[in-house]
Design a protein around this ligand. Structure first.
Ligand code: MG
Length: 408
């Protein structure tokens, strides 16, 4: 009979290999476990956060993870501070806008796939990102266990979260099934829709009077008109911190309409307390020109600022108010300002939703879920790929609550 190992050195080599393999598995499991246990812990630090960029993509924002993962030849790491300096410094506002346009190009869903050479590193990129931002569906049980004994409060973005991103922003309708799902969610949990859109517009898409609506990135908040069970006292919730900016916003809206009419497909949307300039239907070759037009109008209005979303530039008052502030305001209105018995869940797909994710990290409460098919730099703890997955997550949430209630 032939011996299993031809010599003792082969035997020791085999044992060493197996031990190394077991050690790697332990390290991998430990890292995953560590990530899971840290989901609700405050870890965000503007100065020290590390951003990982893949060398295969031209975008500064698109494929990034919040912790560097050592994959040979795949990444360079730079600090967030250096990245922000790179965006804001040197060329000033113009440089920043150019970087935004590049970012929009890179994250465009219609963009052709990268050449075959980059595919394997993109797959690795995806894997490492998912490791740090696991699917909220696969982690559903763990999330629900973390929420036990606490009041879940739902915060939902609209475009790209409850409805698909479509070419014509006026036709971003949500499905009937999604509407029914959100209606069910609101039966069991206080539920707010937090959108960059005008509050009336987002209400016209959703049509559920039992929800809180925070339009214009949270600058226009109104409580439910029916189903008042979560409302404090008899006062209806209303918050409009940027009221004084209304005349200026209207003036800029008219100027932007005039300035951008030479670019086919450019649309300017008046969201009452902010303005959206949509790039969705504009030829990519014209994006730089459109961004420059927006910048030229804005230079006369120092009290307004520009932010970037998915294929959109947004004009907003310079006041310190965003989706994160809206979240805090709503939690306070619901009586959870300083409570530890609350578990807010914020689901969104856009850069503007990061303000909500950041607040949750800072409070050490609840979770943020980013809706994205591609790796992105984010403060969210979990991910979902698209609105259909959001709907499935919400349906599981309702089922979980129903089964919990049926046991009591
Ligand atoms: Mg969105």
């Amino acid at each position: 009979m032939r011996p299993l190992f031809s010599s003792s050195s082969v035997f020791f080599s085999f044992i060493a290999h197996k031990l190394l393999y077991l050690f790697q598995c332990r390290v991998c499991c430990f890292e995953q476990r560590e990530e899971m246990t840290n989901q609700n812990v405050v870890v965000s630090d503007e100065e020290s956060a590390i951003i990982t960029l893949t060398l295969t993509n031209s975008s500064l924002f698109s494929p990034a993870v919040t912790k560097p993962v050592a994959i040979p030849g795949g990444y360079v790491t730079i600090s967030r501070k250096k990245l922000l300096n790179k965006l804001g410094g040197g060329g000033g506002e113009g440089t920043k806008i150019n970087a935004w346009v590049d970012s929009m190009r890179a994250s465009s869903p219609t963009r052709k796939s990268a050449p075959a050479l980059t595919l394997s590193s993109e797959t690795e990129d995806q894997k490492s990102w998912i490791l740090h931002h696991p699917s909220a569906l696969s982690m559903f049980v763990e999330i629900m266990n973390a929420s036990k004994g606490k009041q879940i409060v739902m915060f939902l973005d609209y475009d790209g979260t409850l409805s698909p991103i479509v070419e014509d922003p006026d036709r971003a309708f949500m499905s009937k099934e999604m509407r029914e799902t959100v209606r069910d969610v609101a039966k069991y949990f206080p539920t707010a829709v937090v959108s960059g859109r005008c509050r009336d517009k987002v209400y016209s898409f959703i049509g559920l009077s039992e929800l809180y609506y925070a339009g214009s990135h949270g600058m226009d908040i109104k409580g439910p008109t029916t189903g008042h069970k979560y409302k404090k006292g008899n006062q209806s919730v209303l918050c409009q911190p940027a009221r004084e900016f209304l005349p200026m916003i209207n003036e800029v809206y008219k100027a932007l309409l005039e300035e951008t009419k030479s670019i086919p497909g450019a649309t300017v949307e008046n969201n009452k307390f902010c303005i959206s300039v949509h790039f969705r239907c504009v030829d990519e070759k014209k994006w730089d020109a459109l961004a420059e037009q927006v910048r030229s109008v804005l230079k006369d209005y120092p009290k307004l600022r520009l932010t970037q979303g998915r294929k959109v530039l947004e004009v907003r008052p310079t006041i310190k108010w965003d989706k994160g502030k809206a979240l805090e305001f709503l939690l306070k209105s619901l009586g959870y300002a300083n409570s530890s018995n609350v578990f807010p869940i914020f689901i969104g797909d856009d850069r503007t939703d990061e303000d909500g994710f950041k607040v949750l990290r800072k409070r050490g409460q609840g979770i943020g879920i980013l809706v994205s098919k591609v790796p992105k730099e984010t403060n969210a703890s979990y991910s979902l790929q698209e609105p259909s997955e959001v709907m499935y997550f919400l349906q599981r949430l309702v089922e979980w609550k129903r089964s919990l209630l049926s046991r009591h």
